[in-house]
Design a protein around this ligand. Structure first.
Ligand SMILES: Nc1ncnc2c1ncn2[C@@H]1O[C@H](COP(=O)(O)OP(=O)(O)OP(=O)(O)O)[C@@H](O)[C@H]1O
Ligand SMILES: [Mg+2]
Length: 403
């Protein structure tokens, strides 16, 4: 295995200074929300400016640490005193907000409906609330849409955007295009045609007769009403979705891919990397999160474990002669062998992790490994510590990428 190398903190600083938007993406549960918050805190502390982290459904303790109370698109500032309590004098300002799906959908409807009356009708439609909140792919779109809006407002120097826990991380990248497709889809056409013409197509008549009996004509009417109203927003939605897509491709935007080095998230991260490059989206930073300590793969640790295992009997005798306990030497010897064996197993996992990290770290900006931090990273001090690791600060013991 080749010697470990550190990423150059200046490279990350350069990257962050050149960007206005960082989109954290990756598989479910790998640490996107935590990493986005840690990076935003690190930038606010070191580079200055106004930095906003837009989180999606943060764990309760993290939300508390960021001062996020309940839902709402409103941003809150993390007071300088909180940084100071964590031993840091920040150069800039850190803000946090939580993505509020309901509020964001309603704002979109108000913006794109042709008039206030139509907007009111859509918002009051019984299906609207259900569909807009449960439409899981809508979550991806809303996250990107909200990002666009915040960027347009221009109140922040850097936006770090967390993304929803998606079953398929790739969905996020195609969310704006899918929204455009939806408006030209046959599904939408089909849903609205019968009502529009008031003449039920003969071929579909049996279906409507059954649907009418099972669902009731009121529900069918609500469905048709909703989609007809929804179509009135077509132009605005399509234009907006393509503006969102342009922002994702803008030179001022970069992606932060977060992954753990376990087999499944690792494979998904490789796919995500390929998908970003295929779509010409810039991947500036890869964070391998919750990795095992690099000391596990040191050749000398391996030799020590082998020696421990080979000398288990002698060691056990020595310990019992020294009166280390009442335990018989054979029990102690077995425990020593188990410990050495477990170490070797961990070492094997750590070796696989570093191979995967090497595979993942080719052909993009900066790769950082963040060790598993026992206890959750759920207060500002923990976030700043993780941020320091991401930054590659000396003394914060970043786990370095092998090259
Ligand atoms: N380096 C770390 N060390 C220890 N725990 C961590 C680390 N990074 C994240 N965690 C913990 O892992 C859990 C998942 O993290 P997080 O919520 O950030 O993941 P996520 O990718 O945003 O998940 P989701 O896809 O559900 O949104 C949290 O409990 C968090 O505190
Ligand atoms: Mg999350």
């Amino acid at each position: 295995m080749s010697a470990p190398t550190a990423h150059d903190p200046a490279a990350l600083e350069q990257l962050v200074a050149a960007k206005e938007v960082i989109v954290a993406c990756g598989s479910g549960g790998v640490g996107k929300t935590t990493t986005a918050a840690a990076l935003a805190a690190a930038v606010a502390a070191r580079l200055g400016g106004r930095v906003l982290v837009l989180t999606v459904d943060p764990a309760k303790r993290l939300a508390d640490a960021l001062g996020l109370k309940g839902i709402g698109n409103e941003a809150t500032r993390i007071p300088t005193s909180s940084f100071e309590a964590a031993g840091v004098k920040p150069k800039g300002e850190l803000y946090a907000a939580m993505l509020d799906m309901s509020e964001s959908w309603d704002a979109l409807v108000r913006r794109h409906a042709p008039d206030a009356r139509t907007a009111g009708q859509i918002l009051a439609n019984p299906l609207y609330r259900n569909i807009s909140r449960r439409f899981s792919q809508g979550q991806d779109y809303i996250a990107m849409e909200r990002l666009y809006e915040l960027h347009e407002e221009g109140s922040y120097d850097l936006l770090v955007v967390d993304t929803p826990p998606s079953r398929n991380a790739l969905d996020l990248l195609d969310a704006p295009a899918r929204m455009q497709d939806f408006f030209s889809s046959r599904l939408l056409h089909w849903l609205t045609v019968p009502y529009r013409s008031r003449l039920v197509n003969l071929a579909s008549k049996p279906f409507y007769q059954v649907a009418d009996r099972v669902l009731g004509s009121q529900l069918l009417q609500d469905v048709a009403d909703f989609f007809i109203l929804f179509q009135t927003m077509r132009e605005g939605f399509v234009a907006r979705a393509s503006a969102v897509d342009r922002l994702l491709h803008d030179l001022r935007t970069t992606f932060l891919l977060v992954t753990t080095l376990e087999a499944v998230p690792g494979r998904e991260a490789l796919e995500m990397k390929a998908a970003l490059s295929e779509r010409r989206l810039h991947l500036g930073l890869l964070v391998c999160n919750r990795v095992l300590p690099s000391t596990l793969t040191d050749p000398s640790s391996h030799e020590a474990a082998e020696a421990l295992s080979a000398g288990a009997g002698e060691l056990a005798e020595l310990l019992s002669r020294q009166g280390a306990g009442e335990l018989p030497a054979d029990v102690t010897a077995r425990v020593i062998e188990e410990v050495a064996g477990s170490f070797s197993n961990f070492r094997q996992v750590a070796t696989r992790e570093s191979e995967l990290a090497r595979e993942l770290s080719s052909a993009h900006g900066v790769t950082v490994s963040v060790p598993y931090q026992p206890g959750h990273v759920a207060d500002l001090s923990g976030l700043l510590q993780m941020g320091g690791t991401i930054w590659g600060e000396p003394g914060r013991s970043p786990r370095r990428r092998r090259s």
